[in-house]
Design a protein around this ligand. Structure first.
Ligand code: PRX
Length: 630
């Protein structure tokens, strides 16, 4: 089994993985079911960029998630589903059932003409059918593109268009806390502007009335009755695409990060098993949404590849009350719990009284992901949830990395609050200065890069390989640049300090400042805007927007409401600014570039030292903004 069991073994494995990466990954890959073996382990060149793993190998990831387990684990629970409303029944799906339901839905997709290589968009609530549909795409070799169900019609349409998806899978509506959202209506608006979708399959979840367009819209529950439950898996090349997942960058539209079958499979399982130190029969729960990479790798693929029981939760941490997470942990005797710092901080704010009702005794390992975890949240998590006996794994990774790259291994690596600690075997991080020179030694700080490929790394940006090269491989020659700043302490432990580009991390969600600005600028009275992040006690970072308006008689309050609505419609609620300041001008250099550094300082409230302002076109603008800052 590919599992490290001590720190000395970690050191040995790490050493082996650096000295002979191909042998190392070949050993890991050989525990999977391949239809035929690869003829070369790795070929790579970061300048093109081109990275290929297990070249010539044939497989289907769902045979490894499902079929492979049928002999020994067919009655084991694969998915436990916890509904938004605790009064509604929990659903448990065995590996055998999951296999059948995935096969059935694969046949539905095929009956709608889906075939290998097609792109299929999923815009769904956190219900078992989302996992089923995702796996069904993979089973027939179609490339899934899951779009988080909090995105607006416009954002959905953009993503469908970019990947030219021909099928959309959605639901009538979704429940989130005490809210109900009509997803199908949003999808309908999106589809008004998309030509590529030929079929839209609609799951009944909330039961609300929806409009069904003839010859385009089909009910999930009706379609599954028309097909049988056996579907042989499409044989895929190791380097065939498995999925696209859109993520934000510092400029332009969101990018369709593309992951491929073989390497992603090997790394998702390996990292899952090792970071969480998964043991057979552990109950594992990751609270993320499948609309993000965490859900892909550590709700669906990693756990199912390992034959684990994975919990899917439809709701939010504070509904019906702030004890919901802990209620679910006790109810299902969760052993491994994986969440985001923003959720920890939000629950921390409710105090420890709510916790009294829960034993939390089953917990062994607690994970954190998505943003830097501050010391206070780390300690609170450790003390009140982990009862000082659970390991905390602060896992650093990205949509592009496909899996966790820097993290403690639970109960093996000595932890240090706010530190993601050490790279997993096979991962070669390095810190570089602004000239791209590697900063060696310990007790240093720089830009975090990776200098050697790992199996689940991004292969391309869908439809735009040039952009993939520019964004990740051109800043520092011969290296993959993460966009994160990082410290390496005296003991060689890594601490991620946050983004060094124009990306904001709001509640663990990655949002490009340019995207929010474009959204704001859609309001007819907005002349120009500039968006920066600022420290936020719960969200980690909040969004601060400086906006120049045209003259009008409309009140500022009304304009704020309208602008927030515009952003919600353009992107989704997650991108709504927390603070809006109307300004007369923006600090610009003589060449017209906005000096965000200054805006960031003002948003942070650190007004004493503005740094070098000598290149400003009009320094008075800054004084004005400071005077009126929020
Ligand atoms: O800035 C880092 C932050 O989240 C970014 C990646 O965002 P995304 O692609 O949406 O994936 C999130 C889930 C993997 C990174 O560039 N980030 C993620 N995990 C951590 C983190 N920052 C600090 N510590 C972490 N553990």
């Amino acid at each position: 089994m590919n599992k490290i069991s001590s720190i000395s073994e970690y050191n040995e494995e790490y050493q082996k993985s650096i000295e002979n990466p191909e042998q190392f990954w070949q050993d890991k890959a050989s525990t999977f079911k391949w239809r035929s073996k690869w003829n070369k382990v790795l070929s790579w060149d970061f300048n093109t960029p081109k990275v290929e793993w297990f070249i010539g190998g044939k497989l289907n990831i769902t045979e490894n998630c499902l079929d492979r387990h049928l002999e020994l684990k067919s009655d084991k629970i694969a998915i436990i589903w916890e509904p938004n409303n605790p009064e509604e029944a929990t659903i448990k799906i065995t590996y055998k059932e999951l296999y059948k339901r995935v096969s059935t839905f694969s046949n539905v997709l095929k009956s709608h003409g889906a075939k290998k290589g097609d792109r299929i968009c999923l815009y769904m609530p956190m219900v078992p059918e989302l996992a089923i549909a995702t796996l069904a795409c993979a089973r027939i070799g179609a490339v899934h593109s899951v779009v988080f169900a909090g995105f607006s019609a416009k954002a959905l349409a953009e993503r469908i268009d970019d990947a030219k998806c021909n099928i959309l899978i959605t639901s009538d509506g979704l429940f989130r806390g005490d809210k109900e959202l009509c997803l199908k209506a949003i999808a309908d608006t999106a589809l008004n502007n998309c030509n590529s979708i030929k079929s839209c399959i609609v799951l009944k979840r909330t039961g609300e009335k929806v409009t069904m367009l003839e010859n385009r819209d089909y009910w999930w529950h009706e379609e599954i009755l028309k097909v049988n439950d056996s579907c042989s898996a499409e044989i895929m090349d190791s380097e065939d695409p498995l999925f696209i997942l859109y993520t934000s960058g510092s400029t332009g539209k969101p990018k369709g990060v593309q992951h491929h079958c073989g390497g992603y499979m090997v790394y998702a399982e390996y990292s899952f098993r090792n970071v969480f130190q998964y043991e057979e029969n552990d109950i594992y729960w990751c609270t993320a949404d499948i609309g993000w990479i965490t859900g892909h790798s550590y709700i669906i693929y990693g756990p199912l590849l390992a034959g684990a029981t994975t919990i899917m939760f439809e709701g939010i941490p504070t509904y019906p009350d702030a004890g919901r997470f802990w209620d679910i942990c006790d109810k299902h005797q969760v052993n491994i719990f994986y969440t985001a710092p923003t959720a920890i901080r939000a629950l921390q704010a409710y105090g420890t009284k709510v916790l009294k009702k829960y034993s939390l005794n089953s917990l062994k390992t607690l994970g954190s992901v998505g943003e830097p975890i501050n010391e206070e949240a780390w300690q609170w998590y450790h003390k009140n949830i982990g009862k000082e006996k659970c390991a905390i794994v602060d896992t650093w990774w990205q949509t592009e990395t496909g899996g966790i790259l820097i993290s403690p291994l639970a109960h093996i690596t000595k932890t240090k609050p706010t530190f993601a600690t050490l790279p997993l075997p096979g991962i070669q991080p390095c810190l570089v200065n602004s000239e791209g020179i590697e900063i060696k030694g310990n007790g240093v700080q720089g830009n975090l890069c990776l200098k050697f490929p790992w199996p689940s790394m991004i292969r391309t940006i869908y439809g735009d390989h040039k952009r993939c090269k520019e964004v990740y491989f051109s800043t520092y020659k011969g290296m993959y640049f993460t966009g994160d700043g990082c410290k390496r302490d005296e003991d060689g432990l890594y601490r991620i300090t946050g983004r060094v580009d124009d990306v904001i991390n709001v509640s663990g969600h990655r949002i490009g400042t340019a995207e929010v600005e474009n959204g704001i600028n859609e309001h007819p009275l907005v002349i120009e805007s500039a968006v920066v992040g600022f420290p936020h006690p719960i969200k980690g970072q909040g969004i601060y927007a400086y906006i120049i308006l045209e003259n009008s008689s409309i009140s500022e309050d009304k304009l704020v409401t309208e602008i927030l609505e515009t952003v919600k419609n353009e992107i989704g609620s997650i991108a709504k600014p927390d603070k809006i300041q109307f300004v007369g001008g923006l600090p610009k250099t003589r060449s017209g570039k906005i000096m965000r550094r200054i805006l960031r300082k003002i948003a942070e409230g650190s007004l004493s030292n503005m740094g070098d302002t000598s290149t400003l076109l009009d320094p008075l603008v800054v004084d004005q903004i400071i005077k009126n800052s929020k």
